[in-house]
Write a protein that binds this ligand. Structure first.
Ligand code: HEM
Length: 469
């Protein structure tokens, strides 16, 4: 009896100590970041904060926190004290007011791997210069006069030989987005150079989304090494282009031209970081949207039928080898609607990250200097007033009114960081869809699984069986 009582006391003692230690550890972050006037919320465990809950439960975790603390709450995610804003008004305000000290706040791994002149790493005058140089390369007249033709040529050759096979459309759209960008930027054709650069860029992309731990075997270390190799390859390319004196009529030509424009004042390092930014920013957004459009069209035969009608209408009267031109692209109203609806339903972009350059007040709360702000825009995609029956894939909704010009349309960001590649991205996806739906039919082979958070992806690929149309 006495022995039993002793064991019981020991167990109680252990449980008590465990509870005391855990609550002390859980209070650690609360105390570390304690300041008067912070938004409500919880800070989680030391170091990790609430990263596990955020990554595992994603949107549900954020919705639960909002139900408890309101649409502006504090947390500790991805290694930083963070304020999450799920307030549409405030989100707009944050995006529109970079000048008031709300600069991009992307993770260190991303900044290290994409380079210090990367557009997401700079603000103020250098951001203006880099953005101006970029807009000069990818604005609508450039798409009309140069890029659309290159995109068309690329898609026609990329989308050949797919029939009577099972293909992984995720892999195909990833290659498509990357190789198409390389062709537009530096006339790099599919071949050994493109293949080597592709391998490095794929590693670089994975590295940007990792913890910045520079140890052998980590994705971060592999990403840094890939950056080094990619930079070397791009430097050689610039050198060869200068020596050859031969015009290719591509973005690299424009960047190297000495015509007194802002872009001709960029250093080689800045040109290289600008090229990496162009490839990186368009890569995942364009590939994921194309993959998800294929998936939604398969699930919604009426939308596919309408899309086919639009594209066969465009092919009518064209020879089979004739590509699509600017007027064809501009006439693709339903295609554009399919792309916007895909971006909305799949939530390809969940939000953007900012950080404060000084202490500031928001909705009566203090946001300390250096804290991250997660401008979470995903919820607005499912707002039933803006998009009735929000869970339904309904491209027609974009045809009725100017849905893409309402103040809360943030699929491409907003303010001074509004996506400069919006039109180019849509043109690429539209051209991909043009050849895909006019050349092929496809069916699901089953067993596909898509994850929607933190990124939209099919962890084991998205396999479909393709036939000639
Ligand atoms: C469906 C396609 C696309 C989507 C949904 C998309 C979305 C976005 C979003 C939400 C932002 C804002 C990021 C922020 O505020 O921090 C952004 C910025 C940016 N996007 Fe896109 N994007 C797409 C395609 C492209 C393409 C094709 C390119 C390049 C060719 C591109 C280049 C950029 C660049 C350079 C920025 C940074 C702008 C700045 O910091 O001033 N995007 N994009």
């Amino acid at each position: 009896m006495v022995v039993f009582g002793g064991v019981l006391l020991l167990i109680l003692g252990l449980v008590f100590s465990f509870l005391v230690i855990s609550s002390a550890v859980l209070r650690w972050n609360e105390l570390r970041y304690r300041k008067k006037g912070l938004p409500p919320g919880t800070m989680g465990w030391p170091l990790f904060g609430e990263t596990t809950e955020f990554l595992k439960q994603g949107p549900n975790f954020l919705k639960n926190q909002r139900a408890r603390y309101g649409s502006l709450f504090k947390s500790h995610i991805l290694g930083c004290p963070t304020v999450v804003s799920m307030d549409p008004e405030l989100n707009r305000f944050i995006l529109m007011n970079e000048g008031k000290g709300l600069v991009p706040g992307y993770p260190q791994s991303m900044l290290d791997i994409l380079g210090k002149c990367n557009i997401a790493a700079v603000d103020g005058p250098l951001h203006k210069t880099m953005r101006g140089a970029m807009l000069g390369l990818i604005n609508p007249p450039m798409i009309r006069d140069h890029l659309l033709h290159k995109i068309d040529q690329f898609m026609r050759s990329h989308l050949t030989d797919w029939s009577n096979k099972i293909i992984d459309i995720q892999q195909k759209t990833k290659e498509m987005a990357l190789l198409s960008a390389l062709k537009q930027i530096a006339s790099i054709e599919t071949g050994s150079f493109a293949e080597s650069l592709k391998i490095e860029i794929f590693k670089l992309v994975v590295g940007t989304l990792s913890l910045p731990i520079n140890l052998p075997g980590t994705n971060y270390r592999r990403g840094l090494q890939a950056r080094k190799k990619a930079v070397g390859m791009l430097r050689d390319l610039i050198q060869q282009r200068r020596e050859s004196n031969c015009s290719q009529n591509d973005m690299l030509d424009c960047l190297l031209k000495n015509d007194g424009s802002t872009r001709s004042m960029l250093s080689d390092d800045q040109i290289i970081d600008l090229i990496i930014a162009l490839v990186y920013s368009g890569y995942e957004t364009v590939s994921t949207t194309s993959m998800m459009a294929v998936k939604y069209l398969l699930d919604h035969p009426k939308a596919l039928e309408e899309l086919r009608k639009e594209h066969f209408g465009i092919r009518n009267g064209k020879a089979s080898e004739e590509g699509i031109g600017w007027n064809d692209y501009k006439s693709m109203r339903f295609t554009r609607a399919v792309i916007l609806e895909t971006l909305r339903v799949a939530a390809v972009v969940n939000g953007v990250l900012r950080k404060t350059t000084h202490d500031m007040e928001m909705k009566g709360f203090l946001i300390p200097k250096g804290w991250r702000i997660y401008v979470y825009t995903r919820e607005i995609n499912y707002d039933q007033y803006l998009y009735p029956e929000p869970a339904t894939f309904n491209p027609w909704r974009w045809l009725d009114k100017n849905l893409d010009s309402h103040p809360y349309f943030l699929l491409f960001g907003g303010g001074s960081r509004l996506c400069p590649g919006k039109e180019l991205g849509i043109a690429e996806i539209a051209t991909f869809l043009h050849y895909f739906v006019t050349r092929y039919r496809w069916e699901d082979v089953g067993g596909n699984h898509i994850v929607k958070f933190p990124r939209v992806e099919a962890p084991n690929g998205l396999r479909i069986r393709v036939f000639d149309y």
